[in-house]
Design a protein around this ligand. Structure first.
Ligand code: 5GP
Ligand code: MG
Length: 186
């Protein structure tokens, strides 16, 4: 895995520091919430690691709901359009919801997920992404919390995959062009 890395874009130390800051900000913004009113929804699979770290710095009584979306099936490096894979959202009426994703690219994933969540009658829906790509489509999306703005490059690690691999890399990295070219769909 290590030898496939081209360069480290964001180190694990910088990620940890920023995640702690974001969690502090989100916690402060939700301090008026009633006890247990908050629901956190990571968009699986990519947001799993980010969300796990984030919520452990948020000392609030919360529930976790789940939704799984796929937009980069197999070995693709551009969005193929977001499709809903599964959901376990439960009753969101009266809740203050935070939707968490790994990266904001074309905006199609949030455009798919947010209306579904809104349709379940929560009090409010806020959005949080760790990364936002430097492209017009991403900047046009209204988003409440952003960890890092990054160049418009394909990245993996810290939850982000290529062909479903590399999610467990602790840093956010780019892959060598030869690796991206080599991987073939089964
Ligand atoms: P969007 O729907 O905004 O185009 O993209 C969001 C989803 O696409 C993310 O949840 C992520 O799964 C995937 N994605 C977008 N950009 C990248 C990237 O640079 N690397 C990886 N691994 N996934 C990405
Ligand atoms: Mg993905």
């Amino acid at each position: 895995m290590e030898r496939d890395i081209e360069r480290v874009l964001i180190s694990r130390e910088r990620i940890a520091e920023r995640v702690r800051q974001l969690a502090g900000q989100i916690t402060a913004d939700h301090s008026a919430a009633e006890d247990g009113q908050i629901a956190i929804i990571p968009i699986l699979t990519g947001a799993m690691i980010f969300c796990a770290d984030l919520i452990r710095h948020m000392p609030l009584r919360m529930r976790i709901a789940l939704i799984a979306v796929s937009s980069y099936p197999g070995a693709s490096v551009r969005s193929q359009g977001a499709s809903l894979l599964s959901r376990r959202l439960g009753d969101l009426r009266g809740r203050r919801v935070l939707v968490v994703d790994d990266i904001l690219d074309s905006g199609q994933t949030l455009a798919k997920v947010v209306p579904i969540v809104q349709g379940l009658g929560p009090v409010s829906v806020k959005t949080c992404v760790l990364l936002r790509k430097d492209r017009l489509a991403a900047r046009r999306v209204a988003i409440n919390y952003v960890g890092f703005d990054i160049p418009d490059e394909f990245v993996v690690g810290y939850g982000l995959d290529y062909d479903d691999y590399y999610r467990n890399l602790p840093d956010i990295v780019t892959l060598k062009p030869a690796v991206l070219a080599k991987v073939k769909k089964p």
